[in-house]
Design a protein around this ligand. Structure first.
Ligand code: AMP
Ligand code: MG
Length: 488
């Protein structure tokens, strides 16, 4: 250790409420000390949002990479399991450590996690490291999601470690500093239920209630009402989240239960990508051969994952299993109904509507069917319907004039001015999403040492509802099908 790394960073006063859980849930784990930490990108707006003082982020490449750990820090790696493509597997933080829980000036508690920080007891065959470009990719897409208003973990920094890592080729290693409401997953419950006791599951549920849903603390500990209320909260957050994904054409790509956060934030940006041409079967992940996690399946996978979640809670919901299952099924129904409500209200807003009529679902679905038939770009088609835009290109398409007649009469019944409609549509239909070819272009330049392309892209993605002729261009129709990879 050189002299520099011995200098203490300004204390973050980390807390560790996670350590109040039974010991099976975590292991003490220090991050690996990077050879030569070098800041690639620091998210200054997020640092401001978190109320970090300049002294806390001064020379942040040291602490946010694990090069120096504050004396009072007691980092840990978390245990979890998960159903991966339907199969139960023991997992855990194989390449991440929770540096600590940071309390913002407005009293929010967030996890500060280092991803790519070396081996842990949960690494299995992996090296515990992460490559620079996939970490920058997570940074770009998670920050784009935040700007779109979709709940997500955030990216505070990406730091090169100075270590070469071995994949198919030798790649530069990096650490991503991830900020999350917490990193507790459905998979954490799968782990507790499989390897722990009923009391472990209850303690985990009580911890989540205290941390994420304090308003249901009014239900007494140990009562079925409390854990049912907890399940319903998680179900509703998932419904709203997945509806949010569908509305912007986001495909998560690996909706295993370990990648589903109890907080309702999008987590784990591995093989995710945004859809260009509307096609409900779209799948980008190289390993998702049967399309389990394709666009149209995401809401249903939400049901499947919640089922694996509520199974872990059954002993807390009722003493008799049949009765517990009935309660669980009612909760899953709440998800289904709430998902539909969120999606339909989102579609209404995308079509400039702020009240409800029975035929709205058909109106939205008929437009989607036209998009599918004519292979239209999902984002740009919605955006072009905003009254200030030109839709002449759509009028040439068979079926559009008829659909438009229905939409116009629906708008007329609604009775809002074109300005009001434009306002609703303008803030519900992004002009810019992280288009795959743009993200790849930015990463390619970053790989060659030029960060300017990524910085410009990030600036545009930070204001997704502002027009940008340049960044809203879809890929060339001749472009090769986009493929994403996980575990990179
Ligand atoms: P993910 O595909 O990122 O959701 O990761 C699935 C599991 O693999 C988690 O337990 C990760 O911690 C673990 N993992 C992914 N990459 C590595 C790696 N390079 N070394 C060790 N564990 C890893
Ligand atoms: Mg994961």
């Amino acid at each position: 250790m050189n002299n520099e790394t011995q200098v203490q960073p300004e204390s973050w006063n980390f807390e560790y409420t996670y350590r109040t859980l039974p010991e099976i849930f975590y292991r003490d784990q220090k991050p690996d000390v990077p050879a030569l930490p070098e800041m690639v990108i620091l998210n200054e707006p997020l640092a401001v949002e978190l109320g970090l003082k300049p002294s806390q982020i001064e020379r942040a490449e040291r602490m946010l990479s694990g090069a120096v750990v504050p004396d009072d820090a007691r980092p840990l790696s978390q245990a979890y399991a998960g159903f991966q493509y339907g199969h139960f597997t023991m997992l855990g933080d194989g390449r991440a450590v929770l540096l600590g829980e940071y309390i913002t000036p407005d009293k929010r508690r967030v996890d500060i996690q280092l991803k790519g920080s070396g081996r842990t007891p949960f690494s299995r065959g992996g090296d515990g490291f992460a490559a620079l470009l996939p970490m920058l990719r997570e940074y770009i897409i998670s920050e784009a999601m935040a700007a779109l208003g979709i709940p997500t973990t955030r990216s505070l920094a990406v730091i090169r470690t100075g270590r070469d890592i071995v994949r198919e080729t030798i790649l530069p290693g990096a650490v991503l500093t991830r900020v999350a409401a917490s990193h507790i997953r459905v998979g954490t419950f799968n782990f507790a239920s499989q390897f722990g006791t009923k009391s472990d599951v209850q303690k985990l549920a009580d911890y989540c209630i205290h941390r994420h849903f304090p308003h249901i603390e009014t239900y007494e500990r140990g009562t079925p009402e409390r854990y049912n209320a907890f399940f319903l909260e998680v179900a509703r957050l998932q419904a709203a989240l997945i509806a949010g994904w569908q509305l912007v054409g986001f495909i998560h790509g690996v909706m295993n239960t370990d990648n589903m956060a109890i907080s309702g934030e999008t987590i784990d940006y591995g093989p995710c990508a945004f859809m260009d041409t509307y096609d409900p079967d779209t799948v980008f992940s190289s390993i998702d051969r049967y399309g389990r996690y394709c666009y149209k399946n995401q809401p249903g996978i939400g049901v499947w994952n919640l089922s694996r979640f509520v199974e872990t809670l059954l002993p807390l919901l009722h003493d008799e299993q049949d009765a517990a299952i009935k309660i669980a099924e009612a909760g899953i129904d709440v998800y289904r109904k709430y998902y539909q409500e969120c999606w339909l209200n989102g579609m209404r807003a995308k079509l400039g509507l702020s009240n409800a009529e029975d035929q709205d679902e058909a109106l939205a679905n008929n437009l989607l069917a036209l998009m599918e038939k004519h292979k239209l770009d999902y984002t740009n088609t919605f955006r072009s319907l905003i009254p200030w835009n030109n839709v002449s290109h759509l009028h040439k398409l068979s079926g559009f004039a008829d659909w438009n007649k229905h939409w116009q009469s629906r708008l007329a019944r609604h009775g809002q001015t074109p300005e009001e409609i434009a306002l609703t549509m303008g803030r519900s239909n992004p002009a810019v999403i992280p288009r795959n070819h743009r993200v790849e272009g930015a990463l390619c330049a970053a790989g060659n040492g030029d960060l300017s392309v990524m910085e410009k892209l990030l600036a545009v993605l930070g204001k997704p509802f502002e027009e940008s002729a340049e960044y809203s261009i879809p890929p060339e129709p001749s472009a090769a099908r986009y493929v994403t990879y996980c575990g990179t």
